[in-house]
Design a protein around this ligand. Structure first.
Ligand SMILES: O=C(O)CCC(=O)C(=O)O
Ligand SMILES: [Fe+2]
Length: 458
């Protein structure tokens, strides 16, 4: 019996539609990218930048960034520091020592200046004094994008989780036409979720970064003239399509990092960092009311949510699923967290779009079907089969035949389609080729007991 009763319970028919609305508005308001800036403050004499953090009044500043590369070469990157530095190399030296940047396309690293015009130094060919951990950048990314608002429930090891930023490349996009056409970043493993771009303080124009997700667009780095002498950074979910617009003057020099969720970095992330209370999401109340309604999936069944984002997947199949909750992004993490907080089991199953065939019912019919009383014996069997998945075992895709879908199946990310239509006969480009990992969709499969057995956690 449902332990929670709300007045809305009698309005059973409208409840799925309310949840649908709450999910839509959350998606409109939620982040798939974030960014910030950091002022460079040259130091004279003694003293550190970190000491200032305690005052709470001064903005966080950072020292001039220096890049070291080649045999003893180095240059300080600060366009406001105009004095000639005879003891250093110039920015032009750095630009010249970069190799032409490639991108991944159909399993190969391809060089094609119609898609990407840039220079690159791989992380093992340079070093820098700039460290994004020092200025709260990684902490901010963890708070804004961290999929890890969800802890993987039963595992104590997951108490310490956090975000790791792995230095990947130095890139230079130079005038008159340095750019990178729309693409998604190549997935690099199960816990990979995003990309961080740090733009060093050179003087350039153009070179905005455009990131899109489900029709929403954010443009970063579009106010250079205000930002001379600052380091700017942008982080985004790497399955979201993005592009670097043409650089019209100067050199745009960036450090790029791969963002991973990590469970074992202890000191870097405060274990006491709280996940938001699941009850604070508007979806919580909708879901609670829906489950408390006797008309909602009366005889129980598997309620399916198609995830809004795509996730790295490898050929080995759907094992190691215990880590999946840590990497859920945005609304996907919220839906997972809410059902889990209410005491229901939620399984995360990757799939390819072609596995889930058939017509997609319109929203009204789909939501209405959740309130109809039919379906059952096979629903019960499927629930039992799904429970076997609990121990990390494999469950076949037949399960999808028993799922009652809440939302519509997503369409494949059209990354690069626009530019590649002219350039190459393919539909997918990444920032590097990668044969072992691909983006796949995921479904959240919620095991909903029959109303008579439903006990919700308060
Ligand atoms: O430099 C940027 O703003 C983004 C670069 C990028 O998309 C990439 O390196 O994959
Ligand atoms: Fe990219």
């Amino acid at each position: 019996m449902a332990s929670l009763q709300h007045p809305q319970q009698t309005l059973g028919e409208g409840l799925p539609a309310q949840l649908d609305d709450a999910m839509t508005s959350y998606q409109w308001a939620s982040s798939f990218s974030c960014g910030g800036s950091l002022r460079i403050l040259p130091r004279c004499g003694f003293g550190t930048h970190y000491g200032d953090f305690t005052s709470g009044k001064k903005p966080v500043t950072c020292p001039r960034p220096i890049v070291f590369w080649g045999k003893g070469k180095h240059t300080t990157i600060d366009c406001l520091w105009t004095t000639t530095r005879s003891w250093e190399n110039s920015l032009d030296d750095l630009v010249q020592d970069c190799s032409p940047a490639t991108f991944g396309c159909d399993g190969e690293n391809v060089f094609d200046e119609k898609i990407r015009k840039a220079g690159a130094l791989a992380a093992d060919f340079f070093s820098t004094n700039f460290n994004p951990y020092d200025f709260g950048i990684v902490d901010t990314v963890a708070q804004e994008l961290a999929p890890g608002i969800v802890r993987a429930g039963k595992q104590p090891a997951v108490e310490r989780w956090g975000v790791v930023a792995e230095l990947y490349k130095l890139n230079v996009y130079s005038a008159p036409s340095g750019m990178f056409k729309p693409h998604v970043d190549t997935p690099r493993g199960r816990t990979h979720f995003g990309s961080l771009v740090v733009v060093l303080p050179t003087d350039f124009q153009g070179g905005q970064l455009r990131v899109t997700h489900k029709g929403k667009e954010r443009v970063y780095l579009d106010k250079q003239w205000l930002d001379l002498g600052t380091i700017r950074w942008v982080a985004f979910y790497s399955d979201c399509e993005h592009e670097v617009l043409p650089v019209t003057t100067g050199h745009r020099v960036t450090l790029t990092y791969q963002l991973y969720v990590s469970e074992h970095i202890g000191g870097l992330v405060q274990p006491q960092l709280q996940m938001p209370d699941s009850k604070s999401y508007p979806m919580y109340r909708c879901i609670e009311d829906m489950l408390a309604s006797p008309t909602f999936l009366k005889n129980g069944g598997i309620l399916g949510f198609h995830c809004a984002y795509q996730y790295p997947e490898t050929f080995e199949g759907t094992y190691c699923y215990e880590r999946y909750p840590l990497t859920l992004k945005g609304i996907d993490a919220v839906i997972f967290a809410v059902f889990q907080a209410l005491g229901l089991t939620v399984h995360i199953k990757p799939y390819e779009v072609r596995w889930i065939s058939g017509e997609i019912a319109d929203a009204k019919t789909r939501l209405q079907s959740l309130l109809s009383a039919e379906e059952t014996a096979s629903g019960g069997l499927a629930v039992n089969e799904l429970e076997r998945y609990c121990g990390g075992g494999y469950i076949g895709d037949e399960i999808f035949g028993h799922v009652k879908w809440f939302n519509e199946r997503p369409i494949t990310n059209p990354a690069g389609a626009g530019c590649l239509a002219d350039a190459k006969p393919t539909t997918w480009i990444g920032n590097e080729t990668e044969v072992d990992w691909d983006y796949s969709f995921r479904a959240l499969l919620v095991v909903v007991p029959a109303f008579s057995d439903r006990i919700l956690k308060a």
